[in-house]
Design a binder for this molecule. Structure first.
Ligand code: 4NP
Length: 168
């Protein structure tokens, strides 16, 4: 029988820069690896300032240039997300703390991780830096970081028995 898809929620502050980028990168990787049926992806923000807005133009422009289009409209994380999703992947330690504080049960807390902890080449505990008030290079850096981390996350999900550093 077919397994139900694993559901991933990428979470940042505004849900217009980093988490839509991680979502777009992961959609691209799923397509490239023919894994679209195995995983579902979405993104959300811990804040509500940008609810209903499309991804920031600066993030969208980098995505278009790299062949990883960004989509969706910003929304805020809800309590239901802790039931619906298997993993909630925080972009930075502040998002991570906020998600842990929102998690309604110990099982829900166990679903919350820092995205970069899945980057097999990286250290643990690193943030995806917030590019919002910075220059264009920050948006490119977010893409590079998300590609490395999402590739690691995908490997982890495909080899759950192997060295899951972020799940220890
Ligand atoms: P994001 O970036 O959390 O990566 O979507 C931000 C977007 C908006 C703001 C901060 C960060 N803001 O202060 O409005």
């Amino acid at each position: 029988m077919r397994q139900p898809p694993t559901r991933l929620l990428f979470v940042c502050l505004g849900n217009i820069c980093r988490s839509p980028t991680a979502e777009g990168v992961m959609r691209h990787l799923l397509k490239r690896n023919d894994l679209q049926a195995a995983l579902e992806v979405d993104s959300a923000g811990t804040g509500d300032w940008h609810v209903g807005e499309p991804p920031d133009q600066r993030s969208a422009a980098v995505g278009a240039r790299r062949g990883m289009p960004l989509s969706g409209k910003a929304r805020q994380v809800t309590a239901a997300d802790f039931q619906r999703f298997d993993l909630l992947l925080a972009m930075d330690r502040s998002n991570h703390q906020n998600l842990l504080a929102m998690a309604p049960t110990p099982e829900a807390r166990d679903k919350v991780h820092l995205l970069r902890d899945f980057d097999s080449a990286g250290q643990r505990g690193l943030d995806v830096p917030d590019p919002y008030y910075g220059g264009p290079e920050g948006f490119d850096a977010v893409f590079d970081i998300c590609v490395a981390a999402c590739e690691g996350l995908l490997l982890h999900l495909q080899n759950k028995d192997r060295a899951p550093a972020a799940m220890e």
